[in-house]
Design a protein around this ligand. Structure first.
Ligand code: URA
Length: 431
């Protein structure tokens, strides 16, 4: 078999066989297939696509390119994955709540890159929190308290790691089968029986329309089911940031507000829908019953108690949570509205980039983010503002970053004379 023929076959829009896909993944992982041939194939896939069967085979071989985690010793294992967004702190609420409801959450998460944040960076803003545990510590913590979240291990789906870096620099990230196989290879290798996906659409997401996000969700749900997992996906709005806080410690603060019952709204609604689906498909109870249990877990304060237990089990100093003293940037400033009107659009990608410019994100993989930097959005889509009113508050450890971030935020906002219609936060659920 020759890589040249596989590239030519896909260039002509033909369907690759399982053996050809395996040959590519094995050869690229071992180094016998060079980057230039792998990037030519990725580009051909971008233009010609893949059948759902090819995407499932690609996922399977990427999943088996490295370690797979065996969670069979734990009951009702469940995981969630979001396709990336701005202000998305749902894992911090979902993980302890799912544990309260009897699910085992043995979760591996990533770090942020570009305009989207990563759960691991957020957790590291809690002093003492350990994002690396030995596999014995990881398993025994989940057995004892139902939840652990650690940084993704180096040898999970190494084919994806190599391929994703290559796609990043060859303009081949935005291909539906490549995104689906990349995400699902890591999720399947992480071992959970039940996987709930939050597939975002809008300006801050890979998929710009709800229809494209639905198609991506269907492909991923089918890949998971073909590999024996219980699956569902929510399609949610990422045209504007989720919730009001963007930035690592600021997002922990907002998640804690939801867990303490101090804040409801779209963030709460998305979390309730994700957890209820997770519980329902994992245990077979109806969605209505699962939703009642989920709301009760959060509203009764049991999820908050579990959150503190989890943070403490991983070495985090919970006094930073209970005494509200998580670090926020020592320099702050407000962004004032430059005209009066309804906020018609608050571009998620643009806001994410402004948070990044304040220091909250990474521009390259090796950057260390300022965990205390970020933005609190005070006025959101649909709100009426008077010229001069505060739209957002900015935080950073570097005062020289404030002026340009203020200008950047103003460029993210569009005003209207009429109250805009708002999109429902959840577009649909794919089973
Ligand atoms: N996230 C991933 O892990 N892979 C992709 O291809 C896109 C988003």
């Amino acid at each position: 078999m020759r890589m040249y023929d596989i590239i030519a076959k896909k260039k002509h829009g033909c369907v690759l066989s399982d053996e050809e896909i395996k040959f590519f993944i094995d050869g690229y992982t071992s180094g016998s297939i060079p980057d230039y041939q792998a990037s030519a194939l990725c580009m051909a896939i971008c233009f010609k696509g893949m059948t759902d069967e090819e995407a499932a085979q690609l996922t399977f071989h990427m999943m088996h390119s490295g370690d797979t985690v065996d969670l069979s010793a734990l009951p009702n294992t469940a995981d969630k994955h979001s396709t990336g967004g701005v202000g998305d702190k749902t894992s911090l609420i979902i993980a302890p709540t799912a544990a309260v409801l009897g699910l085992s959450v043995a979760k591996m998460s990533g770090r942020g890159l570009g305009h989207t944040g990563g759960t691991i960076d957020k957790l590291e803003s809690i002093p003492g929190f350990r994002t690396t545990l030995t596999s014995e510590e990881f398993m025994s913590q989940v057995k004892n308290i139902g939840v652990a979240i650690i940084a993704q291990s180096g040898n999970l789906a190494p084919a994806d790691k190599k391929l994703y870096s290559l796609r990043d620099v060859t303009a081949t990230v935005d291909s539906l089968p490549l995104i689906a196989s990349s995400i699902m290879s890591k999720k399947l290798a992480s071992g959970a029986e039940t996987i709930v996906l939050d597939v975002k659409y809008g300006s801050g997401a890979f998929m710009k329309t709800p229809e494209d996000a639905t198609h991506l969700a269907e492909v991923m749900v089918n890949i998971g089911k073909a590999n024996g997992r219980k699956m569902c996906a929510l399609i949610t709005d990422m045209d504007k940031p989720l919730g009001k806080n963007i930035g690592n410690s600021l997002e922990i603060i907002e998640a804690v507000e939801v867990l303490r019952g101090e804040s409801k709204g779209e963030l709460y609604d998305v979390c309730v829908a994700l957890i209820s689906n997770m519980l329902s498909i994992s245990t077979g109870i109806s969605y209505a019953e699962a939703e009642e249990k989920t709301k009760d877990a959060i509203d009764s304060g049991r999820s908050y108690k579990k959150f503190l237990e989890w943070i403490s089990a991983q070495g985090g100093d919970v006094s930073y949570i209970t005494e509200n003293k998580l670090p926020v940037g020592k320099f702050n400033d407000v962004v004032a509205a430059d005209c009066s009107g309804y906020i018609a659009h608050l571009d998620a990608e643009c806001i994410g980039s402004a948070a990044c410019a304040l220091g909250a994100g990474r521009v390259t993989k090796d950057d260390s983010p300022d965990l205390s930097a970020g933005i609190i959005i005070e006025k959101n889509v649909g709100d009426y503002v008077q010229k001069g009113e505060t739209l957002a508050t900015l935080y950073t450890s570097d005062s020289t970053k404030l002026e340009s971030a203020k200008k950047a935020i103003l460029s993210c906002i569009k005003y209207s004379d009429k109250q805009p219609e708002s999109n429902p936060i959840i577009y649909k659920t794919v089973y």
